[in-house]
Design a protein around this ligand. Structure first.
Ligand SMILES: CC(=O)SCCNC(=O)CCNC(=O)[C@H](O)C(C)(C)COP(=O)(O)OP(=O)(O)OC[C@H]1O[C@@H](n2cnc3c(N)ncnc32)[C@H](O)[C@@H]1OP(=O)(O)O
Length: 505
């Protein structure tokens, strides 16, 4: 039957062709028209989603001032005029940090809370007279709110590497007057924190009441507590981690890879031309959760009456497309690359930190010469980053630690909430790297978070406890908002923060 069908189609086509050509001015036997002149079986689909991209690119055409430089306004700037050595050997000749503050610094200067942002956060956590637009933690910070500005002096900064007023790849390299682009050095979470503490020095703040951060800020919060244990009274880490795990590195790699393969990226030198496309859609998938989207969008399509298309069609697709588009003009592509790489590199393990310190020590010789040549001294009262960790903590404490871990695992077996902590062989290494974080610590995780899964928060809490911290609180929320819960769940996240900031006083 199939054979018969094929035959009749072939015969039918042969019979039809002369008639078809005849209607177009060809007679049978004349040479067939070229491919270009033939008509396709079906019309090409439309791609409004890609046309929008072209419009976006056109709007920045030739414009030297990217949109993100206009978004952040009303912040203060701290300028560090001396060269700044980074963990991996790069040097910034000077740097600036954009910061905003709320509340009043008290006389004793002991009511300061430093807030660390997520990857793409600006210093604008809360509105104020110099920038009245809502901040990313608008409902968390304020008089009588979870972070109470009647009591606390709150500081939020844009990280170095970012693009909202702090020095990053889109900033101008004073050496040649051109934007750094990919001549910006690789940086780490520890570098970001060191830069923030130069700001604290500048503000005359010796000790923080608390270091508070979410997501990448959760990493910074822990890093700050360990780099400067004598300057941090308590720590809060929300949806962060003590070291990036391969799955989150893979997710960030995918975004970087899409971006770097966009011809507009041009190895980072795109500032005078069209910006590349930021793969924010991929990131958004990692920020929220399947159950939320099931409830919010289900299988609904934007226009149920229209034929399906390759461009966004389902509501979840138009949503992701919208998020991607919105972000493209709001964040610098190179900042995304550098800051997300810093997140990948984050590792609080003693061995990793000692390796970094070794690198710093070697580079410091070169750096000291640089300062000497410029007739300057490194004017930071900050101690050497890991000097407060016992040297070779892993080796020295190996036996004790193994005993700690053994007894810990026994206890954990009786505590269902922590039983899913992976039995990582190098847990001792992580414990040793965080041993000097002895101040009261609050760790919060969210069950639906796929980017920083709860086992990573448990890992922080357990490593702190194993390291001897007697004041660790661990909260796990069952919110459906995934990683973004820290931006959305005021009551769940906010109450835990308030409790930690105030009840322990
Ligand atoms: C990894 C790290 O270090 S940090 C984590 C990073 N996370 C982020 O950066 C999150 C960024 N997202 C935000 O800031 C969000 O606005 C939040 C989380 C504060 C609030 O989320 P929500 O209130 O749920 O709003 P959400 O952003 O999801 O959606 C609202 C927007 O989507 C649009 N939208 C909603 N559904 C659809 C749809 N089906 N199709 C198209 N657009 C849609 C809305 O019109 C609205 O647009 P607008 O913002 O331009 O007005």
């Amino acid at each position: 039957m199939a054979f018969l069908l094929r035959q009749s189609v072939r015969v039918g086509t042969r019979r039809l062709l002369p008639a078809l050509y005849a209607t177009r001015g060809f007679s049978a036997g004349v040479v067939a028209p070229s491919q270009a002149q033939r008509t396709a079986s079906n019309p090409q689909l439309n791609f409004p989603c890609l046309d929008v991209n072209q419009d976006r690119e056109r709007s920045l055409d030739g414009g030297p001032e990217p949109a993100y430089e206009k978004i952040a306004t009303g912040y203060k700037t701290f300028s560090h005029k001396q060269p700044f050595l980074l963990d991996h050997g790069g040097v910034l000749p000077s740097f600036e940090i954009a910061y905003e503050t709320w509340g009043q610094l008290n006389k004793a200067k002991d009511n300061v809370i430093l807030i660390h942002t997520g990857l793409s956060g600006s210093s604008h956590a809360k509105s104020h007279p110099d920038n009245t637009s809502k901040g990313w933690w608008e409902d968390f910070i304020g008089p009588g709110l979870y972070i109470d500005t009647n009591k606390f002096f709150v500081i939020c900064t844009n990280v170095i590497g970012g693009c909202y007023g702090s020095t990053g790849p889109s900033s101008v390299d004073p050496a040649d007057g051109e934007r750094y682009a990919t001549r910006f050095p690789i940086l780490t979470i520890f570098d970001m924190v060191r830069a923030q503490f130069f700001l604290l020095d500048h503000l005359g703040v010796d000790r923080l009441h608390a270091s508070v951060g979410s997501s990448m800020g959760g990493m910074q919060s822990i890093a700050a507590a360990s780099l400067f244990p004598q300057r941090v009274n308590r720590v809060i880490s929300i949806s962060g981690c003590a070291r990036s795990h391969p799955y989150s590195i893979a997710l960030r790699h995918t975004q970087r890879s899409v971006l770097m393969n966009d011809p507009n990226w041009n190895k980072g030198f795109y500032y005078k031309g069209h910006p590349p496309h930021l793969a924010r859609e991929i990131a958004t998938i990692t920020y929220r959760s399947g159950p939320e989207w099931e409830q919010r969008f289900g299988r609904k399509r934007a226009h149920e009456d229209q034929s399906p298309a390759l461009c966004p069609d389902f509501l979840i697709e138009t949503y992701l497309d919208h998020q991607g588009e919105r972000f493209c003009l709001q964040y610098d592509a190179n900042s995304l690359l550098y800051v997300s790489k810093a997140m990948d590199l984050f590792d609080m393990s003693a061995s990793a930190r000692q390796k970094l310190q070794g690198q710093r020590d070697r580079n410091k010789v070169r750096f000291a010469k640089l300062l000497q040549d410029q007739g300057e001294v490194e004017a930071c009262k900050i101690a050497s980053p890991v000097s407060s960790l016992e040297p070779h903590a892993v080796e020295n404490n190996k036996e004790n630690l193994q005993e700690d871990v053994r007894s810990h695992l026994k206890t954990v077996a009786d505590r269902p909430a922590l039983s899913s902590l992976p039995n990582t062989p190098d847990l001792q290494d992580l414990v040793a790297g965080m041993r000097n974080i002895t101040m009261p610590s609050l760790v919060i995780g969210v069950q639906s978070d796929i980017l920083f899964p709860v086992w990573q928060q448990k890992e922080i809490a357990e490593c702190l406890r194993l390291g001897g911290n007697k004041n660790v609180t661990y909260y796990e929320l069952d919110s459906m908002y995934g990683h973004d819960t820290f931006l959305i769940d005021k009551v769940g996240i906010g109450s835990a923060i308030k409790g930690h900031l105030e009840l322990l006083e």
